[in-house]
Ligand binder design. Structure first.
Ligand code: AOF
Ligand code: ZN
Length: 388
């Protein structure tokens, strides 16, 4: 059967999505964007992606590639994973480049929900005589999924929250006394380090900070020993956030001892003793006060503070009490749950979410989508609770 126009469109958009992926971990706070240019005859004459914040947008990268190949972009079709911008930021408007190049047709797979965009680029192009279409279907859904942190941040001012936890086969994240090292295998923990290196911020509650004295740096290349030894931090340093309402983070904690490897932020309540807050500031942590009449309001205020600092992708690493309050406040967008082949069988050992929760199964939260994949002997379950 001959390929239809839609099949061809889908194939170019899938290629653009794959190109966009190449920028992962380097473009924040910008979105991942990929672009493919085809000649009027249907031949691919240029490819590009947004490689790093501050550098060329995917559109201009694809045009540069086209010219490098000695091809002419006039009359071409441009396939994009995101609507082209019409504003001047760190880069000039992509609409200018598209109009100057004489592109005939632009097909984009997702809208840009930021205030400065929101359809302006497609409008400018239509006014300039370019045929513009928003794709639908599987590629459109994939393009939205690609930039969930960017999209939630643009629409709410808060970061996307991914809760990561490792649990036993009987659903516990720690022994009753708090011991949790290690539930998941070295391979799973390495995967978490890679995920850390791609996010903007990593958060834990003060309970976890006191119990585990974690470093929370991204160490994707870490030797996979079981000793818990802590080698030097990698190139990228996500902000390490501690939800610590009474400002109890110890001044000799591993987190504060490593502020030179990555910033530390402490989210405290207005009730925290001023002296404790000042001591944390003196130890070079940024202390943020999250006000509000109740815990959900304080949590929303805290996430708003993170968002206002441009942090879009937050990895929540526990413990279960903090994660439970995120869940109760409807602030968990997705979960990464590692299930390890070990049984505790202990009453009173905590589960991944220790919140108020639901009292009937019928009132439980059903994720929008669940995927699972074996990671060595563990099983990684990814659940998406919300889509932006
Ligand atoms: C990107 N890469 O490929 C496209 C973007 O500060 P600027 O000039 O880099 O602008 C960033 C904004 O441009 C971004 O938030 C998004 O709205 C729009 N499109 N951005 O970084 C791209 N096409
Ligand atoms: Zn642009």
């Amino acid at each position: 059967m001959a390929a239809t126009g839609t099949d061809i469109e889908s194939a170019h958009l899938r290629r653009a999505l794959a190109l966009a992926e190449e920028g992962r971990g380097r473009v924040s706070p910008n979105p991942l964007v990929g672009a493919v240019l085809t000649s009027p005859g249907g031949e691919v004459i240029g490819e590009g992606f947004h490689a790093r914040v501050g550098e060329l947008h995917a559109e201009r990268a694809a045009l540069a590639d086209c010219r490098e190949r000695g091809a002419d972009p006039a009359g071409a079709t441009m396939y994009l994973t995101l609507e082209p911008c019409a504003h001047t930021g760190r880069q000039p408007p992509c609409t200018d480049a598209i109009l100057e190049a004489g592109i005939a047709r632009v097909i984009y797979a997702s809208e840009d929900p930021t205030e400065k965009a929101s359809g302006r680029g497609p409008g400018v192009l239509r006014d300039g005589g370019v045929e513009v279409a928003l794709a639908t279907g599987a590629e459109a859904a994939a393009a939205r999924l690609l930039n969930q942190p960017f999209r939630k941040h643009a629409r709410t001012g808060r970061p996307l929250v991914t809760y990561k936890a490792a649990m036993t086969l009987d659903g516990r994240v720690a022994a009753p006394g708090g011991d949790s090292r290690w539930i998941s295998s070295a391979r799973s923990r390495q995967l978490v380090h890679r995920r850390r290196s791609q996010c903007d911020a990593i958060a834990v509650g003060i309970g976890t900070a006191l119990a585990d004295d974690p470093l929370l740096t991204a160490r994707p290349g870490e030797a996979t020993d079981a000793t818990g030894s802590e080698p030097a931090a990698s190139e990228r340093s996500p902000v390490r956030v501690v939800f610590d309402s009474m400002a109890r983070l110890p001044l000799d904690s591993a987190l504060l001892a490593s502020v030179d490897d990555g910033p530390v932020m402490v989210i405290s309540s207005p009730e925290a003793p001023t002296r404790a807050r000042d001591a944390l500031t003196a130890a070079r942590a940024e202390v943020v006060i999250a006000p509000g009449p109740d815990p959900p309001a304080r949590l929303a205020a805290a996430l708003g503070e993170l968002g206002s600092r441009g942090l879009q992708d937050l990895l929540l690493e526990g413990g279960p009490t903090l994660a439970g309050s995120f869940f109760d406040a409807d602030e968990i967008d997705s979960m990464m749950l590692f299930v390890a082949p070990v049984l505790l069988g202990a009453a009173g050992a905590p589960s991944p979410l220790e919140g108020r929760g639901a009292s009937r199964i019928a009132d439980g939260t059903r994720p929008l989508a669940v995927e699972h994949e074996p990671i060595g002997e563990d099983l990684l379950i990814k659940a998406r609770l919300r889509e932006w």
